[in-house]
Unconditional design. Structure first.
Length: 147
C-alpha cells in the first residue's frame, strides 16, 4: 500500500512513532541526531495523521506497539521499521538493515515482547512531545498535534 500517494505525503522517508513511549521517542531523537541530510520526516502516532495511517493499515490506535517507517514506496512495521530507518540513515547505521533478512519467526516475537513491555521498562511520557518551531519543520503537517 503506497501511503505516500494515498495521504499525499512527501516522497521522503517518514517515521511514525509513539510520542508517549520513552523508547520510541529515543529512537526519534537518535534519528534527528544522525540524519545529517535531514531527509527523514516525522509523525507522532497519536496525532490525527498518525491515527489515520494506523487505521489505513488496520493497526490498533489504542496502543501503538509498532513504529511505522514509510520509505521506498513501502510501509515497514515492527523490527523491519527499525531496520529500514537504519538503512536510509546510511553508514555506519546501515549495517543494522541486516535485520530485514532475519527470519520473521525470530524477529517478530522478540520485537513484540519488547514493544509490549516498553512502558514498564523504559517509562511513558505523560503527554506527547510538542516540537518547537524549528523542529516542526521536520514533521509532516497534521503529524504533531494530538487528537
Amino acid at each position: 500500500m503506497d501511503l505516500h500517494h494515498i495521504f499525499n505525503l512527501p516522497d521522503t522517508p517518514i517515521v511514525v512513532f509513539d510520542g508517549e513511549c520513552v523508547l520510541c521517542s529515543g529512537f526519534f531523537r537518535f534519528l534527528l541526531k544522525h540524519d545529517k541530510g535531514q531527509k527523514f520526516r516525522f509523525i507522532i502516532a497519536q496525532s490525527s495523521l498518525g491515527t489515520q495511517l494506523y487505521q489505513a493499515l488496520n493497526l490498533p490506535t489504542d496502543d501503538y506497539e509498532t513504529n511505522l517507517v514509510l520509505t521506498r514506496a513501502q510501509v515497514f512495521t515492527h523490527a523491519d521499521a527499525f531496520a529500514a530507518a537504519m538503512r536510509d540513515l546510511g553508514w555506519p547505521w546501515r549495517i543494522a538493515a541486516a535485520i530485514l533478512y532475519a527470519p520473521r519467526w525470530l524477529k517478530t516475537p522478540l520485537y513484540l515482547r519488547i514493544a509490549r513491555n516498553r512502558y514498564r521498562i523504559w517509562g511513558r511520557h505523560d503527554t506527547c512531545m510538542i516540537p518547537d518551531t524549528a523542529l516542526r519543520a521536520r514533521f509532516i503537517e497534521g503529524g504533531f498535534e494530538r487528537i
